[in-house]
Design a protein around this ligand. Structure first.
Ligand code: FES
Length: 632
């Protein structure tokens, strides 16, 4: 039975107003003048944002009910379709809360897909954590040595001299003279981090985290078998400060209080994932002895509570790129307080520990031949491995691949068009979840443009054919072209005669895709040139990350996002960064290698390349399909 929405009344204070958010069905009070977006975020209501309220991404849309729908702003008009505007949708960042209004927002961000790693090798098991069972003799009047001395004597032969943490001594003190019945000593590196009653050598766990800007994934691993026993993920709690690292750094520039807020937000996410993993596997918190983290440089800075804002401006210098070790209690993780936390090193400000994880898990630099790895995202990270030499760069692609700043763009969530097939007289789409299409996500955008290029409706320059041109070249699709004075649009689904009941790709969306793919392709071309190579020298192209897992390699080649290689040479490897975090947890050898890797990478700063603009301009064009060439 449908639940009726409780009535909302403005409260009496003139300086605040009350409104309600759906689907949470929560009443919220906010200062007069507060934007709908800020009111939601101040109350932990996850209205999505990529641009952090600048009005450019279009992801914060809400349906206004039970109040007068405000006049659309220029940003509303630019980012929302006519049908959405007419239906009462507005951008939450553009309007103040209205007394008594109800704001309904889509829950796309909660449904972002998480990918597994694919085709990556097994991990050898040589963890940093060691457990040794000892049975000291009890102290006596003839031998009144301290408990720790007795334990240390037993340990010496197996592990040499070790320092105990305060926590380990405290636990030893609680065991007292019962140590003669046997205790298990937990060792991390050269420190004893815990002492446990009895023989617990068969029980040891660790956590491996991949801190993405959008999604955080944590895996609870059995350190005695190398098996994953639980995995959990969540949206990065910093999402309310914007969808990309630039927005997050902008937020930290508002002052130290905001650095602390973003620090707390990511820690809350990590703690929540930890608790869920422990509950799912029924593991005691004090049996988790270590955690490893990979993430981009901004995320690892914020995890550690370090202000990352200097990364956003020239000379783009971070505070550290080295690995960092600390105790779990310093991050207040719900595990053994003296557990060891290890944060992976970075290569540079925009090539972080997540890419070190990718390089580690793909064995890059040790592979035969020439391999290119691309992690497509708002910041595209690219690594080229050739004859054991490694080259890396970062390409600022912007949010188009995440569906932001695209007229009908949305994240890869239920309702998003993810596949498009176009013939000379028809268009077919696949929608995530199989329901009615609501918008188009990044992989759908790539598909749509690739198909339009293939049939010749978009030219290599990126121009969409006009209605007249389409009538001549592709009469079966001509009624899908809706002209306007900014290049027109092509209707993908719905009634072309009704803007309200259709989803279209605008000429400006094609332009934004060109800019995004041009940036990544420019980075690839610069790295190839730096290594003295041609695209034909590439043996393999590996696509890392979530976008790489869902993109169709043939379409990525068709739009020139990838350099021209045979389609069979392209392989999606999924969450290779997360796999790297697991390797660093389960294998000390891998961790040492990860520590060593950044020193072997030749980093190229794209903005410092003298002919960057020329390279970027060249990379923006689309490859010519036979059909496009004949229509040109
Ligand atoms: Fe409103 Fe981006 S947050 S348009």
């Amino acid at each position: 039975m449908a639940r009726s929405t409780p009535e909302v009344r403005p409260i009496s204070s003139p300086s605040t107003v009350s409104c309600r958010f759906l689907p949470e069905d929560r009443a919220v009070e906010a200062e007069v003048g507060t934007t709908i977006l800020d009111a939601a975020h101040a109350n932990d209501i996850p209205v999505e944002t990529v641009c952090a309220g600048k009005g450019t991404c279009g992801t914060c849309r809400v349906l206004v009910r039970d109040a007068e729908v405000p006049e659309p702003t220029p940003h509303d008009k630019r980012r929302l379709a006519i049908a959405q505007l007419a239906g009462g949708w507005r951008l939450a960042c553009q309007h103040p809360v209205d007394a008594g209004a109800v704001y309904s927002h889509p829950l796309g961000i909660r449904a972002v897909r998480v990918v597994e790693s694919a085709g990556l090798g097994r991990i050898s098991l040589d963890p940093n954590i060691q457990k040794i069972y000892v049975k000291p003799s009890p102290p006596s009047l003839h031998d009144p040595r301290a408990d720790w001395s007795l334990v240390q004597d037993e340990l010496a032969a197996a592990a040499g001299d070790l320092d105990p943490t305060r926590d380990a001594l405290s636990r030893l003190g609680a065991i007292g003279e019962e140590i003669s019945q046997g205790v298990t000593v937990v060792i991390a590196g050269n420190r004893v981090i815990s002492v446990e009653r009895g023989d617990t050598t068969g029980v040891a766990y660790g956590l491996a985290f991949d801190i993405g800007t959008t999604t955080v994934v944590g895996a609870l691993m059995d350190l005695t078998t190398g098996q994953e026993v639980a995995v959990a993920s969540d949206i990065n709690g910093q999402h309310i400060y914007g969808g990309d690292v630039i927005s997050r750094m902008s937020a930290t520039m508002r002052g130290p209080e905001f650095v602390e807020r973003l620090h707390r937000a990511i820690l809350d996410t990590v703690r929540g994932i930890t608790t869920r993993c422990l509950e799912a596997a029924d593991v005691r918190p004090d049996r988790v002895y270590e955690a490893t983290f990979v993430g981009n440089t901004v995320m690892t800075h914020l995890l550690l509570g370090i202000d990352p804002s200097r990364i956003s401006y020239s000379p783009f210098a971070p505070t550290t790129v080295d690995p960092v070790s600390l105790r779990a209690s310093e991050l207040d993780l719900p595990v053994l307080p003296s557990a060891w936390v290890w944060v992976a090193p970075a290569v540079a400000s925009y090539v972080g520990g997540d890419i070190v994880g990718v390089m580690l898990s793909t064995n890059l630099g040790r592979r035969r031949g020439t391999t290119l790895v691309i992690d497509v995202g708002t910041n595209g990270e690219i690594v080229l491995a050739h004859q054991r030499r490694l080259f890396a760069t970062a390409a600022p692609a912007g949010p188009a691949f995440e569906g932001a700043e695209i007229t009908r763009g949305m994240r890869a969530a239920p309702g998003a068009i993810e596949r498009v097939r176009i013939t000379s007289n028809s268009v077919g789409v696949d929608v995530i979840g199989g329901g009615e299409p609501e918008g188009i996500c990044g992989s759908g955008l790539v598909d749509a443009v690739a198909e339009l290029l293939r049939v010749g409706a978009v030219l290599p320059s990126g121009r969409l054919l006009s209605g007249d041109e389409m009538e001549k070249a592709l009469p079966g699709l001509a009624d899908r072209v809706r002209p306007d004075d900014t290049g027109g649009e092509f209707v993908l689904t719905g009634d072309p005669a009704s803007p309200e009941e259709s989803i279209a790709l605008h000429a400006q969306d094609i332009r934004r895709l060109q800019l995004a793919k041009g940036s990544i392709r420019c980075g690839t071309n610069v790295l190839l040139r730096e290594a003295g190579l041609q695209p034909s020298d590439l043996d393999r192209v590996l696509l890392a990350g979530a976008f790489g897992a869902y993109i169709d390699p043939a379409q990525a080649l068709a739009i020139g996002l990838l350099p021209p290689v045979p389609e069979e040479a392209v392989e999606a490897i999924g969450n290779a960064a997360g796999h790297g975090a697991r390797m660093c947890l389960l294998s000390l050898t891998s961790r040492v290698r990860a520590t060593d890797l950044p020193g072997h990478v030749h980093y190229v700063e794209l903005s410092a390349v003298p002919d960057f603009q020329d390279q970027f301009g060249d990379a923006m064009g689309f490859p010519a399909s036979d059909q496009a060439a004949s229509n040109d």
